[in-house]
Design a protein around this ligand. Structure first.
Ligand SMILES: Nc1ncnc2c1ncn2[C@@H]1O[C@H](COP(=O)(O)OP(=O)(O)O)[C@@H](O)[C@H]1O
Ligand SMILES: [Mg+2]
Length: 236
């Protein structure tokens, strides 16, 4: 009992920090700014309004990547909203220390207004819609007309909407939203993801006509003599 409580506390507090905000000069924050540049370059002729972050398996770094990408775009001057559309294992409310009583699930079931679901964060220009309480039918809710009208409304208020999602090979949720998004980024845990699963995830996204603009290699071990370490190492 006691052990379990400690474990939960750790995963909910210490492990979740927005590095681009807490340590903006770090190598990791610099990498997120590079990802921002690459995303901007990947769609030079098209307005990028909706961006989905997913991966094939759980715990590959989707939520970490989604929150930090949303953070660097906000730091770059855009009005950004991060939507925790992983209504199965939501984490954005831990990362941003938010109350999760009203969120996406409450919005989709008309239990609150858009204003009540949107939470401000410590990052200027970045708002978050947490998941809300876990519903029995996330995929159905995400595929609803109400979801479309919420996204339409948010598009008027924000420059960029970032969706955090469940793993693509487990449930249909990410596929459903990817079909409606301008761009999709696939996170790959370079230390652990099975290659066959990466290919399966790519195929699943292609089936739903997602526009895959690139992958983020998470957990990639840089060599100590890599120039990033020499150039940025002292700036931390
Ligand atoms: N590159 C990394 N190095 C160390 N820890 C990481 C890294 N990426 C993610 N984590 C941690 O791993 C756990 C799972 O990451 P998370 O982003 O929640 O994955 P997902 O959303 O894909 O399930 C979190 O505790 C997170 O802080
Ligand atoms: Mg997650």
């Amino acid at each position: 009992m006691f052990k379990k409580k400690n474990k939960n506390n750790h995963s909910k507090s210490m492990a979740r920090k927005l590095v681009v905000q807490s340590n903006p000069k770090s190598v990791i924050a610099e990498q997120f700014r590079t990802i921002r540049t690459n995303i901007n370059f990947s769609m030079p002729d098209q307005d990028l309004k909706t961006l989905l972050i997913t991966s094939s398996e759980p715990s590959e770094g989707k939520s970490t990547t989604a929150a930090n990408i949303a953070g660097v775009f906000a730091q770059g001057g855009k009005r950004v909203i991060l939507i925790d559309s992983d209504m199965r294992k939501p984490t954005a409310h831990y990362t941003f220390h938010l109350v999760n009583s009203f969120g996406l699930s409450s919005l989709l079931t008309k239990q609150c207004t858009l204003e009540e679901a949107i939470k401000q964060t410590d990052v200027e220009g970045l708002d978050v819609i947490p998941s809300g309480s876990i519903p029995p039918n996330p995929a159905e809710l995400l595929g609803s007309n109400r979801m479309d009208s919420i996204v339409d409304e948010l598009s008027q208020q924000y420059d960029l909407i970032v969706f955090d999602t469940p793993p693509i090979l487990s449930v249909a949720d990410a596929q459903i939203i990817s079909n409606k998004c301008d761009a999709t980024v696939l996170v790959i845990n370079s230390g652990g993801t099975d290659k066959t699963n990466v290919l399966k995830a790519k195929e699943a996204l292609e089936v739903s006509k997602a526009n895959i603009i690139g992958v983020v290699m998470n957990n990639f071990k840089l060599e100590k003599d890599h120039y990033y370490y020499q150039y940025y190492g002292n700036a931390e």
